[in-house]
Design a protein around this ligand. Sequence first.
Ligand code: PLP
Length: 443
Amino acid sequence: MTTHRPERESVLHNWTVQSAWDGPEIVGGEGARLFTADGRSILDFSSQSECSNLGHQHPAVVRAIREQAERLCYVSNAWGAAPRARLAEMLLEKSGDAGGRVFFTLGGADANEHAVKIARQALGRPRGIVVARDRSYHGATHAAMALSGDSRTRDQVDPATFGVVHALPPYAYRCPFGTTTPEACGARAAAHVSELIGRIGRDEVAAVLMEPNAGTNGIIAPDSYWPQVRAAATWAGAYLIADEVMSGFGRCGEWFAWQRYGEAGRPDLMTLAKGLTGAHLPLGAVVMSAAVAARLEDQMLLTGLTFGGHPLSCAAGVAAMEAYESEGLIERSRRLGAELFTALRALQERHPTIGDVRGGHGLFAVLEFVEDRRSRAPLAPWPQVPLMLRRVLTDAMAAGVSLAVRGNLLILAPPLVVAEQDIADTLALLDRLLTAHAAPHRP
Ligand SMILES: Cc1ncc(COP(=O)(O)O)c(C=O)c1O
């Protein structure tokens, strides 16, 4: 009989110090909960990597995967597959991109890479510059790392080599332009995108690629930002690419976060992954408008992935979209997100270490922790995780709740099916833990 080495000795794990990895072994799940091999039940308050929007083991998605597996597991893109066509149709309908097309990928990073390739090819600017943003994350493949404005990987890629220029972020709590209101910060940051494009030269720019709302780096643009960025891209004759990998599928209270702004926020292309299958199988997509698709119609598309549009993943995507719709999860997320935001504001009243509360358009909210509320001095320099938050995380896990932390930020993003009582209980737990670890601790 083979004896298995523990996972910590054989797998190289994502974004972690290998010697510090101590994840519990998960053997099952249901709704917002995961079950460990040693018999514990854990409330997943981050939807894993903000991707399990439908909760775990959604029965309709599991059934659709099983049924598709029995019919047909795989054909390449050269041949058709019914769930692929159906999913593309559903995405175009939800985004209102009649006459558009969908290019399928395996996840978010390659969706962003392909959106850039497609934008450049469609515009006839094969080396066109992409304007992205500081304090952003677009994935961990090389070109996606270049698109990301991520201090952790800055030494590994030179954005300029990939034709990427970064704009300053609409980070209203610490506005890089020194404004004093969120709306002013959003407007100023968007004007900065136009200035940057002007400096690069309008004809040189192929795309502006940004997240319309939620993101790993915890910056949520004020409402003044996105429509003005849309206008800046139009003025440049460049495409606007919305990275909806995290913000899509109800996470921000809409099917796609840009829809908060109606037609004024409509991108030319958007990238999807994570919630697309409710994370039951890997899948990413680039959804493009009819105008973009028309430009590609008679050209050879010079890219493709063996497993792009895998029928099993697409069947999961179709079932996931049906579940979001039939269970009213987009609207539920919007309602519960607003309630969560109000409750977090009340929590902030009681805990001076909570400097800022943002989000709440859907079930995605960010708490930013500070040492001193007046000076807004961070608890730890970005992107270090302060000791206080590490303690909160450990104690929450011991109490059966998994929370996500990035630097000074606590990110709350439960599955959209989470029970309202679970939200209330988690807020009460957080209240207790913040009291217990009240004294600011440096890392
Ligand atoms: C906004 C955003 N874009 C892209 C990605 C990369 O997606 P993936 O990990 O599926 O490649 C992520 C992942 O966290 C993300 O949050």
